[in-house]
Design a protein around this ligand. Structure first.
Ligand code: HEM
Length: 187
């Protein structure tokens, strides 16, 4: 019998995973897209990223109130420690990516004339504090948080590879029912 995560934890895991992959795909595609497609792609990227932030908050609250299923007894101490470490860092990146993006966007010199709409539905606020700064400082913060956003993406790629690599090792080399733990089902 497989010990599974709760339905809510599974739904949040896959929703966030799909949205993060979509956002990375957009960021890889827009440098090669036609000019008139770039702005809509960046707008979609911002809306998806803000949604990830909301879902990540819900996920963290759920995680604090719901214990994950115990690991199978065959997992070694170092594997448990590595998996906890990678999961903790993935939670951190889930917040750092959207927050650095939102701050960079709030410090953008054109933010005042280019309001952000969440999937075109309602205006999503910029963090007003950045708009009132001296323009030179605001530009430096924009560039600094933009660089942090790009660096955090590299951390995300490395963590993603470790996360998927670990799951596949347990599934196919150790022959545990690892993927089923994070997949909806009854057994
Ligand atoms: C799941 C969350 C997010 C992920 C995984 C993500 C990922 C990325 C990546 C990989 C890049 C390219 C970085 C580079 O090559 O230097 C990027 C750029 C960017 N992101 Fe995000 N991002 C997220 C959330 C956000 C949010 C919430 C905003 C704003 C509200 C945002 C705004 C931007 C902007 C403005 C750029 C640069 C666009 C340009 O080149 O002009 N991102 N993002």
């Amino acid at each position: 019998m497989v010990k599974r995560y709760t339905h809510a934890a599974i739904a949040l895991h896959w929703l966030i995973a799909i949205m993060i992959i979509a956002n990375i795909a957009l960021a890889w595609i827009w440098p090669h897209a036609a000019d008139e497609q770039v702005r809509p792609m960046i707008n979609a990227h911002k809306s998806i990223g803000i949604t990830v932030l909301g879902l990540a908050i819900m996920r963290l609250l759920w995680r604090f109130t719901h214990r994950p299923p115990a690991y199978p007894p065959s997992y070694q101490g170092w594997e448990r420690a590595a998996s906890h470490g990678v999961h903790g860092l993935l939670y951190a990146v889930m917040f750092v990516m959207p927050l650095t993006g939102w701050i960079m966007d709030s410090a953008w010199k054109d933010a005042g004339t280019h309001p952000m709409f969440w999937f075109g539905l309602f205006e999503w606020p910029r963090i007003a504090w950045f708009q009132h700064l001296d323009p030179a400082l605001r530009d430096r913060l924009h560039d600094g948080f933009g660089a942090a956003h790009g660096l955090a993406a590299y951390a995300l790629y490395a963590l993603f590879l470790l996360h998927v690599g670990g799951a596949l090792k347990h599934q196919f080399l150790d022959r545990e029912r690892e993927l089923q733990r994070m997949w909806p089902g009854r057994d």
